[in-house]
Design a protein around this ligand. Structure first.
Ligand code: FES
Length: 283
């Protein structure tokens, strides 16, 4: 058989086979798409049918058990009565928050009132005697005179820190005593007649401590330049008067300065001793 014959036979055979295969596949696709369920759907439906049957069986079982309960002679317990409330033991419970806050506020209020009362009592309590503001014993007449004649703080000046006072000698001649009587009075004049004048260290201008100047023999305030002679009478500066002073008391041989009774210094222009500058100024 020649090759041309073979080809002539093979071509129609192949065409026929291809036609058969195509027709078969078309039929299968039609069968799957029209009216036929997929394999998964069919499997799910089968499972659902099984569950429905099982739930029917379970319901039937429950119904039979409930029927058996109703028909059986089962004792139903009486409902229990509520227990009567008894308050808890405070010792067991301890301190409640309300108790704690009440006690804390009462304690704080008591402490505050106590402190306020103590401060008031301390304010009203009489000051102890012996310090500044009361009668201060500064020594004997001889010890005071010794200090006046020494060079501390300067010759003719004596300072007593416990009384914040310069105790100065006052000339005892009749002329100065007469001049003093014209200006001073009361306890201040009594001290002058005994030969002393007690000058408060505080400057009557603005309150600086006034030091002495050994060369000028005056008090010279370094703050604003007020100057006073040896018995505290104002010479120059802005001070409104002479140095303030205290009464001097001689008790036996004791010298006492009453720092609780200050007296204002003499007015500007007072010059009972006529003491001028005795040397250069310090301030
Ligand atoms: S305080 Fe002494 S002069 Fe002013």
């Amino acid at each position: 058989m020649s090759s041309g014959t073979v080809i002539a036979i093979a071509i129609p055979v192949l065409i026929a086979l291809a036609a058969v295969v195509g027709f078969t596949s078309l039929r299968r696709r039609d069968a799957q798409g029209l009216g036929h369920l997929s394999r998964e759907t069919r499997k799910r439906d089968a499972g659902a049918m099984t569950v429905t049957a099982a739930s029917d069986e379970a319901k039937e079982l429950e119904r039979s058990v409930a029927l058996a309960r109703v028909t059986a002679d089962v004792a139903i317990p009486e409902p229990a009565l509520p227990e009567e409330w008894t308050p808890p033991d405070p010792e067991e419970v301890g301190v409640t928050r309300r108790q704690f806050l009440n006690r804390a506020s009462i304690t704080l209020m008591t402490m505050g009132l106590s402190a306020f009362g103590a401060a008031n009592i301390a304010f009203l309590w009489p000051r102890p005697t012996g310090g500044f503001g009361s009668k201060v014993k500064i020594g004997t007449i001889s010890s005071v005179n010794d200090l006046i004649s020494s060079s501390s703080p300067a010759a003719n000046f004596s300072y007593f820190s416990e009384a914040q006072t310069y105790l100065q000698p006052f000339p005892m001649d009749s002329e100065t005593q007469q001049a003093a009587e014209a200006v001073y009075s009361g306890a201040i004049l009594d001290g002058i007649k005994m030969g002393y004048v007690a000058l408060w260290q505080k400057c009557p201008h603005l309150g600086c401590k006034v030091p002495v100047c050994g060369t000028s023999q005056w008090f010279e305030c370094p703050c604003h330049g007020s100057q006073y002679n040896r018995v505290g009478e104002k010479k120059v500066g802005p001070a409104p008067r002479g140095m303030d002073r205290f009464p001097v008391i001689i008790d036996g041989d004791k010298v006492i300065i009453d720092t609780g009774s200050p007296t204002q210094g003499p007015p500007i222009g007072t010059d009972t001793t006529g003491q001028g500058l005795e040397g250069p100024h310090c301030a």
